[in-house]
Ligand binder design. Structure first.
Ligand SMILES: O=C(O)CCC(=O)C(=O)O
Ligand SMILES: [Fe+2]
Length: 297
C-alpha cells in the first residue's frame, strides 16, 4: 500500500480487526485517508494505539471521512462539544449490548471513531463481530428467509421508543456488495413480516448467532488508542466487568439511507378484534403508520 508504506498492520483475529501503527492521525495526509478507507474495507475495525489526540484533533480526524453528527439523544455536558459523544462509565453509561450505532434512524451511522480517554487497568474490553460471516454461516433456507424480511429498530435504550425506523434484515455493503445481517440485540425490536412470537424466536437466534465467538474480535484498550469501525458491516459491545473509571469519546460519521429491496411479504397485521396479544403488534402498527407516504391514509 503506497500511501501507507511505513505503517504496520497486524491482523488481530480471523473474523475481523487489525491494529495499525506508525501513523500519526493528528497530522493525516489526504492520501492516507484513502488508504485507511481501504484498510477498513479489509479489516472492518482498525485500532491505532498511542495516538493521544485532543478533542479538536479527534474531530478533525473524523472530518476527513465525512460529515459528523452529534448523538441524537445523549447530551454531553462533559465535553461541551456538540459533535463529540462521551460515555463515562462513572456516570453510568456503558454500551453492554451488541449493536451497530444509531440503527433507530433511517440513516444509521457510517463510521464511528472512538478515543479511549481513560481506561481501567483491567476489564472494559470491547468486542466487535462480523455480521457478514454470520450471514454466510446460516443455512441456505434461513438466508433466503432473512433476505426477504425487514425489521423495526427503535431508540428504547435511550428512553425514546417513539423514535423508530424499518431496515432490511440483511443489508449489502455498498462498496463490497457483501451481504450481512443487520439486526442487533440493542435496537432491533420486531421483524415486520412475522408474528410477535416468531419474530422473538428468530431475532433471538440471529442476534446471538452474530455474537458467536468465531465471528468476533476482542480488544483490550490502552489510554490514547483510537478505534475506527464501519457500522455497515460490524456490531460491537463493551464488557461491563470493570471497577475503575472508563471514559470514551466518539465522533460519528453520518451514514446514507440503506438501500433495500421490497420485502417479500406484507407486514404481519392481525385481523379481527383486538385481543390481549394485539398489544405486541401496537409498536409495529404505529411504525407502519408513521412510514406511510404523506397523503396516504
Ligand atoms: O465504549 C466502547 O468501547 C464502545 C461504546 C460504544 O458502543 C460506542 O461508542 O459506540
Ligand atoms: Fe456503539
Amino acid at each position: 500500500m503506497r500511501e501507507l508504506k511505513s505503517v504496520q498492520v497486524t491482523r488481530l483475529a480471523p473474523a475481523l480487526g487489525a491494529e495499525v501503527s506508525n501513523i500519526n492521525l493528528g497530522a493525516l495526509k489526504s492520501e492516507q485517508t484513502e488508504a485507511i478507507l481501504r484498510l477498513l474495507l479489509e479489516h472492518k475495525v482498525l485500532f491505532f494505539p498511542g495516538q493521544n489526540l485532543d478533542i479538536d484533533e479527534h474531530v478533525a480526524f473524523g472530518e476527513h471521512f465525512g460529515e459528523l453528527e452529534g448523538h441524537p439523544h445523549k447530551i454531553n455536558p462533559f465535553t461541551g462539544h456538540n459533535k463529540v459523544f462521551e460515555l463515562a462509565a462513572s456516570h453510568g453509561g456503558i454500551a453492554d449490548e451488541w449493536h451497530s450505532d444509531i440503527t433507530f434512524q433511517p440513516n444509521p451511522a457510517l463510521f464511528s471513531i472512538l478515543n479511549m480517554v481513560k481506561c481501567p487497568s483491567i476489564g472494559g474490553d470491547t468486542l466487535w463481530a462480523n455480521p457478514e460471516l454470520a450471514y454466510e454461516g446460516l443455512s441456505a433456507p434461513l438466508r433466503e428467509l432473512c433476505d426477504g424480511l425487514t425489521a423495526l429498530h427503535n431508540a428504547e435504550p435511550h428512553g425514546r421508543s417513539d423514535v423508530m425506523t424499518i431496515h432490511p434484515v440483511v443489508r449489502s455493503h455498498p462498496d463490497t456488495g457483501r451481504k450481512g445481517l443487520f439486526v442487533n440485540e440493542h435496537f432491533t425490536r420486531r421483524i415486520v413480516e412475522l408474528s410477535h412470537v416468531e419474530s422473538s424466536l428468530l431475532l433471538r437466534h440471529l442476534t446471538s448467532w452474530v455474537a458467536s465467538l468465531q465471528f468476533t474480535v476482542r480488544y483490550s484498550w490502552n489510554q490514547g488508542t483510537i478505534a475506527m469501525w464501519d457500522n455497515r458491516c460490524t456490531q460491537h459491545k463493551v464488557l461491563n466487568d470493570f471497577k475503575e473509571e472508563r471514559l470514551i469519546q466518539r465522533v460519528t460519521v453520518m451514514g446514507d439511507r440503506i438501500e433495500s429491496g421490497v420485502p417479500k411479504w406484507d407486514p404481519f397485521v392481525r385481523v379481527g378484534h383486538a385481543s390481549d396479544t394485539s398489544r405486541f403488534d401496537k409498536m409495529l402498527l404505529d411504525c407502519l403508520s408513521q412510514q406511510k407516504p404523506p397523503g396516504q391514509s
